[in-house]
Write a protein that binds this ligand. Structure first.
Ligand code: IPE
Ligand code: IPE
Ligand code: MG
Length: 256
């Protein structure tokens, strides 16, 4: 895996270098927060913050590809975000459409595999069609697995898995005693990817807000004050450097 410390970013003067030989996380997940506050500070509508947030998404995916992170997951819209005013929900859904239409081909050309997790049944059919198209187009790519969590809730993810297992038990295909964490995880929407080892949340809030509850069991959590529209490659590298300095024990006594 390529280490960012040896990578030419084009703005070496500003970007902090990651410590040489530091471990890159395999899966970085980001709770992108603070778009509304970013706009409000500028006396602009929240939609303007979301638009700038989409630019930060573009930058972040590019940075992840360059740094060589294999998995990146971005929390774009939670199962609770449906509580927001209809106008704001519509703005966010239109931004997602426009992001996919504009970026799909470029991401494909860079070897990015795009996939979605979350309740697809609650999305508009044309958006689901676009999501299906992006997933199908990029399905064979291996440079970066880029997952967008939309209408995603960690509790829903767990409940859906429990329901699937209950169904298998009811059909006589599975004995309840066989259910263990591995079997359970195989029913989650994230079954095909490793658990996130680094979860970053922007905007100073220090909570998970129903994001990857099961999968974050041993993730390192990094909370930064930057509002999402201001998030840069430098912030990403800084979070990776913080991660590299953490002592991960997984319940044992030795750091790994
Ligand atoms: C993150 O920014 C985007 C979504 C949650 C969809 P917010 O819209 O939550 O921004 P704040 O937290 O109100 O500043
Ligand atoms: C979490 O942000 C959801 C996303 C980033 C998509 P919120 O802004 O919805 O979280 P709360 O309401 O502050 O917990
Ligand atoms: Mg928020």
């Amino acid at each position: 895996m390529k280490n960012a410390a040896t990578h030419k970013s084009g703005h070496e003067d500003v970007a902090p270098r990651l410590p040489a030989g530091s471990h890159l996380p395999v899966h970085i997940a980001i709770i992108m927060d603070g778009n509304g506050r970013w706009a409000e500070r500028r006396f602009m509508p929240r939609s303007f913050g979301h638009k700038q947030g989409a630019e930060a998404v573009r930058r972040t995916v590019e940075a992840a590809v360059e740094i060589g992170v294999p998995y990146l997951t971005l929390f774009a819209f939670s199962s609770e975000n449906w509580k927001r005013p209809a106008d704001e929900v519509n703005d966010l859904m239109w931004l997602l459409r426009s992001y996919l239409r504009k970026e799909m081909a470029a991401l494909h050309a860079q070897g990015v595999r795009i996939q979605f997790i979350g309740a697809r049944r609650s999305l508009a059919p044309d958006l689901v069609a676009l999501i299906d198209e992006a997933e199908a187009l990029t399905a064979q790519n291996q440079r970066l697995v880029f997952t967008i969590a939309v209408s995603y809730g960690g509790q829903d993810d767990i409940v859906d898995a429990a329901r699937a297992l209950a169904r298998r038990v009811a059909e006589g295909e599975l004995n309840p005693d066989e259910i263990d964490p591995d079997l359970f995880a195989a029913e989650l929407s994230t079954a095909a990817m490793p658990d996130p080892d680094l979860v970053i949340r922007t905007s100073g809030e220090q909570r998970l807000s129903n994001f990857m509850l099961w999968q974050s069991a041993y993730a390192e959590l990094v909370f930064i004050d930057t509002l999402w529209p201001d998030f840069t490659r430098q912030d990403l590298e800084q979070a990776i450097a913080v991660f590299a300095g953490r002592d991960r024990r997984f319940g044992g006594t030795d750091a790994v």
